[in-house]
Design a protein around this ligand. Sequence first.
Ligand code: G3I
Length: 385
Amino acid sequence: MRPVGTIRVAFRVIGAAAVGGLALVQASGMARGEEPSLKRLAPKGLLIGAALNARQVDGGDPVSLDIVMRQFNSISPENVLKWGAVHPAPDRYVLEPVDKYVTLGKEHDLAVIGHVLVWHQQTPAWVFAGEGGGRADRDTLLSRMRTHIQTIVGRYRGRIHGWDVVNEALDDDGTLRKTPWLEAIGPDYVAKAFEYAHAADPAAELYYNDFNLWKPAKREAAIRLVRELRAGGLKVDGVGEQAHWGVGEPPLADIEKTISAIASGTGVKVLLTELDVDVLPRDPDMWGADLSKKATIRATTNIYPNGLPDAQQEELARRYADIFSLVLKHRAAVSRVTFWGVTDAQSWLHDFPIPGRVNYPLLWDRQGQPKRAFDAVVEVLKAAR
Ligand code: G3I
């Protein structure tokens, strides 16, 4: 394994408050190399992953990469594999960042995840455009989908462990989301995507990925969808619950119900694919990750601009401990937990659902120092060994 980064000593922030503009720090005395490692503590068969952004893939964030190499055994691409990034024009593919991402993962023996093949977000307008200016017809769109999947999945055949084939095809009420894919192709666009992905790399794992699967109607719809795909002879290996959660929402019991129901209802793996815990207030309708929704509450909810107070730090730690206890309880069903980022410096939650807030959703702070939440997850993993 090639060493990445050279961080030697970990510092702990005492409390979170910045005093006179300077955070109080104290050397913990623990060399980062001695820090407990999530991937080593996790039970056999449970992958622990993190999403990497373009800068990290490019080597521009050695602090995060150092954490990744020590702590994780799987990586997901936060953005570089989305259609708009990788295939911005019909005859133009931007493959260099993806090549780097895949090479990084393979060199360091990480399970490399592909995210995402078919989604209604981040898909350029040309994909859905018809010749005469309207919407492309079914055959045109299927042909574009097949070409995209063949090219991308085919290029990384044997090197990408598993693909999020279709992302967010369902609405919270359990109906198929009204996307251009659905409208132009019809409901079988989901099956077609799985068919093309399997043809392009028969050995790769294939997943259906969505958020808010803890909501009963959506959960049942996802289970039905996967059962139908499998009954139709298609390979589906897992369901990804994105796990964009808050400190109090959704209730743990609903998360547990979701893990159990997906496992028993589909027989495929359950994955927590985009775990982060929002500590800021949110309108209840805004739970999940529907990027088309507009915030209805305002910047007065940016309540921890200068650091997360101790009490909330503890609350976050308890939430993460609860989530990991649940994962361990259901370890036969859950095969991967991936965090949607590495440190708090890198999180979409600073801008969703309200832009410009300061959030604290991950296990490492902005400086790359482990938070109380990291210790809590370590304690849970250790106790189960
Ligand atoms: O790359 C451009 C850059 O050139 C430009 O200067 C900049 C200006 O805003 O934007 C950059 O693109 C942004 C991109 O992230 C890379 O930073 C997009 O505006 C921004 O919309 C995009 O947000 C991503 C979002 O998906 C939409 O793709 C988030 O980083 C990413 O965390 C988020 O991830 C999604 C999962 O894929 C699916 N599940 C929900 C999850 C959270 O929304």
